[in-house]
Design a protein around this ligand. Sequence first.
Ligand code: GRF
Length: 321
Amino acid sequence: MADKAKVAIFISGRGSNMAALLYASQLPEAAYEVVLVAANDPSADGLQLAAAEGVHTFALSHQGMPRADHEAAMEKAARQAGADYIILAGYMRILTDRFVKRWQERMLNIHPSLLPKYPGLDTHQRAIDAGDSHGGVSVHLVTPDLDAGEVLGQMKVAIREGETAESLAERVRYAEHQLYPRILGDYVSRESDPSFLLERVRKLALALPQTHERESHGAPGWRAGSEKSGKYFAYFNDQHHGSDHVALLVKTSGMDELLNLVEAQPHAYFKPAYYGASGWIGLILNRPNLDWEHVGEWLERSWRSIAPKSVTRLMNVAEEF
Ligand code: GRF
């Protein structure tokens, strides 16, 4: 199995979701491991539990500290623990936009309502007051807007006659403990899922002007120019010729550049069988912390190297504006 994704969990209180995530990570085949539990309240119960289970902990009170300084210290602890993801589980601090952007697509939160209903606080009472048949819970990506990032998964919880916010909250917690580990596991596994990776590459490749997709030796490939006379600028390889890599092949300037990159960054690049001889390099896609902007830049560069001049010229002009 591929390396497990490393997650840091941020809490403020009892940490029951953290505990659910932690124990789920101990199941065979779990896709993630918990490398840190951090809290903004040194007396948070969850810290003790994590420490007792042998998980590294970090606590720093936010009181009297500027927001950005406090979160920088939390972030430093997460990075030092080697975290690829930050998982918010009852973390009661608002994060700055800059922090959120740095962890974009790598930070998840759990919210006790069926988003987009009831962002913010008092979710259970609001659902009861509105006469809703169900409350529930959502796991979502964190974006700068509060509780507004892409919802990755939800679970409904029925609202009974005479339900109070407390009784509903208690049952919603059971649902949370089922949902969060499952959604997190699925989410971090996407990085090694070839169909997810192919879909992302396809979107980037086809966003370039005058491109189309065509299979080549059973693998998806993308060409620039007309259907008739277009040329390939990228191929998708799913574990070709015995390699473990799910990779994107793009054109380098030649053998020198290719070999230098492979030597300097063997975790990111490789020389593909057959194609390597003509300067195609393999970008490894199934690895943690892949920078998709960088993949996009490679695609554009490769596209530029073969696209008809009339089209690249238009693109240059457009970029000047
Ligand atoms: C949960 O209800 C969660 O949805 C919300 O905060 C609460 C945290 O509870 N974001 P716990 O600390 O995990 O027990």
